[in-house]
Write a protein that binds this ligand. Sequence first.
Ligand code: ATP
Length: 248
Amino acid sequence: VQAETLLEVNNIEVIYNHVILVLKGVSLNVPKGGITALLGGNGAGKTTTLKAISNLLRSERGEVTKGSVKYRGKNVHDADPAELVRNGVIQVMEGRHCFEHLTVEENLLTGAYTRADRGAKIQQDLEMVYTYFPRLKERRKSQAGYTSGGEQQMVAMGRALMSRPETILLDEPSMGLAPQLVEQIFEIVKTINEQEGVTFLLAEQNTNVALRYAHYGYILESGRVVMDGPAAELRENPDVKEFYLGMS
Ligand code: ATP
């Protein structure tokens, strides 16, 4: 049986500063319960695609000039980013963006601010986050600005989990991290996907690791999807091997 499509991006075009055409008709489907990877080199348009979905382009002077973005069949193209969070979609931005002066735990708690249920449930969810990220429990009283890059990535992901999302848009989780940590982060993504049923759309330059953890992948080049398929097939594709996996 085909899984229900949660997020549907249909032929979107994005222009920055009224003139710079960056996405030239990108379409993708994100099925419920899956891990979908958005791959491609530097500047291919991965971040722009995620920001178009969560409507975060305006502050960058970018706009979607064509196409549509639907979540559960509903047009979200013009939705307020906060409304999208209430609908269950949350974005973890590239470069983590922790509140540096707050502690790790305070950062996590900020993730629960859109929720109506307060108190005990939030304590439970904090414990849930700590089971996925034991390291954050150890560091919970530390000021986030003094934690390592890997820990800050965990804080950003943990904070997203605190909103009890249905879908997480994860931008470049591997950025700046040592290989071993990258592996650890992806292992956690997989566990959260399997145990909490959270759907992921992740943008990643590290094709190798992303295709080992994702179920399906889209490859972007200069603002266009040039290839897509089940991750296992992409891993075996000669062009993907040559151009993205560094083997031939
Ligand atoms: P990266 O891994 O570097 O983030 P990416 O695949 O996510 O790459 P984008 O960040 O989406 O790519 O950028 C796609 C293109 O859009 C690049 O050519 C970039 O220079 C351009 N771009 C991004 N942001 C802006 C902006 N605010 N104004 C103008 N051009 C931009």
